[in-house]
Design a protein around this ligand. Structure first.
Ligand code: XMP
Length: 519
């Protein structure tokens, strides 16, 4: 059994907003990689654990204020190192070059070209890349060659003459750098001489190994039927069999499509899924609450109470003692909630209750076989586990469900309007074959009343808002530019068929500043 989950390439996070993208691009190229903090990297080196390659990410700080001693990295002469943006400036400074404070800086698209006969196969000599810096390497260290230069005559790429070390002033990991991926590939394959080790079967093997560590213990899975919990449960079930119990909590805040979906999963998979009807508990707890954070916290707390009750019930009535909690936690959740990586500096915009799990008093160990993976990798894994495409490519649905899509107080009437309108939108997206061209599409219930005409009478009823966004990771998003004809059909059906709704509006806010969910 492969017990070592260490990755080939470590990416030191200096705080760039693009660090996650370096990991993703690196994995897409077939190399395992993970993000770590500088402190963690230093600790591992001190303990004698080294990667096969190191990437120094970009970051907002300036090398003039950085007093850290990086010799622990460079005393390993054979270790390949790629410095990106801030990382390249660190290389410049460490090896005795000159870094200058920028006066104008380069932000956004910039044109660069290869110099000194440097070439990368199938990559043009001139290309457009994404820059984001003001400091720059003005004098290259003695042992380095300039391999790329910008049209502003600034050094854009350097390479050590003897050691496997390279620096890039631009960001090869972002889409705007058109040939960035082939430059990264060149570094890993030709400079660092790495062999590929990351593919669907490797991912699956690693996840299986994590599950195997559970042995013959009983595992409880908080199962939502979404992509992450479905993939986590399916792969775990292959190892754990009947020791895995999936609990699906019906909190009354689910969409009509979720009820249909869970029935399909119960019928068409071998998973042991128990539906817990907790609708009344949630609605009672939420009565009179309209503050978004209070609502989120109430829902999170109620989930915990329901699970605790269930665990006790299993212990007393079935003599089953759960030792593990299986969760579909993904890598971005791990990174964002890790003080190790972000220094605990991130601001809480919304309280997500899917990370951290159940309280310590329950003494459940966490089993998170997807904790090293990105969403697209989980989907790939789902396909390799022969799950249906429609199940694997469902839109994300937040843990608090319609609780964050019904603004203000949650009432049975609002839930019904939100469910019925959402189902209409879903059906029409499927009919128009637009479902998979959007990241998320849903309806939001607005507790404001507007005047309308229904039949021959005056109506004074609520508003439904359509929220449809395109995104690649949920961190930024743009509203989906769907055909007017489609919007018209959806609007007409909602005002005709959904009780209490006289008006439909379309949210055309991108993220930022608007978040995807309304609460
Ligand atoms: P926001 O609204 O923060 O959402 O732009 C970004 C993505 O996260 C989803 N989301 C959640 N997912 N638990 C979840 O599992 C939550 O509490 C939660 N809140 C938002 C949201 O649907 C979008 O995909």
């Amino acid at each position: 059994m492969k017990k070592n989950f260490a990755k080939k390439i470590w990416i030191i996070d200096f705080g760039s907003q693009y660090t996650q993208l370096i990991t993703r691009k690196t994995r897409e190229l077939g190399y395992s990689s993970e993000i770590i903090s500088l402190d963690e990297c230093h600790k591992r080196f001190t303990e004698g654990s080294l990667p096969e390659c190191l990437v120094l990410s970009g970051g907002p700080q300036s090398v003039f204020e950085d007093t850290f001693d990086y010799s622990f990295i460079f005393k390993n002469a054979k270790l390949p190192v790629l410095g990106i943006c801030y990382g390249m400036q660190l290389l410049g400074k460490y090896f005795g070059g000159v870094v200058e404070k920028g006066i104008i800086g380069e932000y956004g698209n910039a044109d660069i070209h290869f110099t000194n006969n440097f070439k990368i196969p199938s990559t043009p000599t001139n290309m457009s890349v994404w820059m984001s810096h003001s400091d720059h390497v003005s004098k290259v260290p003695a042992d380095f060659d300039v391999i790329m230069e910008s049209s502003n005559k600034l050094v854009s790429g350097i390479r050590h003459q003897k050691l496997p070390i390279m620096g890039l002033q631009f960001h090869p990991e972002v889409e705007h750098s058109k040939h960035g991926k082939s430059i990264l590939n060149y570094f890993y394959a030709k400079v660092a001489n790495l062999t590929k080790d990351w593919n669907a079967s490797e991912m699956l093997e690693e996840a299986f190994d994590m599950v195997k560590e559970v042995g013959d213990k009983k595992v409880l899975c908080a199962f939502s039927g979404g992509v992450d919990s479905l993939v986590a449960a399916t792969l775990s079930h292959k190892i754990l069999g009947d020791n895995l119990h999936c609990f699906f909590v019906d909190n009354g805040l689910l969409r009509t499509q979720d009820y249909i979906h869970i029935e399909k999963l119960k019928k068409n998979t071998t998973l042991n899924i128990e539906v817990i009807d907790a609708k009344d508990d949630f609605l009672n707890a939420l009565k009179g609450q309209s503050d978004p954070e209070v609502k989120r916290k109430t829902i999170g707390k109620m989930f915990i109470e329901i699970f605790e009750k269930k665990v006790k019930e299993y212990e007393t009535s079935h003599k089953i003692h759960f030792e593990y909690l299986l969760q579909g936690t993904l890598y971005p959740d791990v990174i964002e909630s890790s003080p190790h990586i972000n220094g605990g500096k991130s601001v809480t915009i919304k309280s997500h209750h899917n990370v951290g799990g159940l309280p310590e008093r329950m003494k459940l160990k966490l089993l998170e076989p997807l904790r090293h993976l990105f969403k697209d990798e989980v989907r790939e894994m789902g396909m390799s586990l022969n799950l249906k495409r429609d199940w694997v490519y469902r839109h994300p649905f937040p843990g608090p469900g319609l609780g964050v899509r019904i603004l203000g107080e949650i009432t049975p009437k609002a839930i019904k309007a939100c469910q019925d309108s959402d189902q209409i939108l879903y059906e029409e997206l499927m009919e128009a074959k637009l479902y998979h061209s959007t990241w998320q599409a849903f309806t939001v219930f607005l507790p404001v009343q507007t005047v309308g005409v229904k039949g021959d009478g005056r109506a004074y009823e609520n508003v439904i808002c359509l929220r449809m966004v395109n995104s690649s990771d949920g961190m930024t998003a743009n509203w989906s530019h769907f055909p007017h004809e489609f919007l018209e059909v959806v609007s007409r059906r909602i005002t005709n068929e959904v009780a209490g709704i006289t008006r439909v509006v379309y949210d055309i806010t991108s993220k930022p500043p608007g978040t995807i969910e309304w609460e």
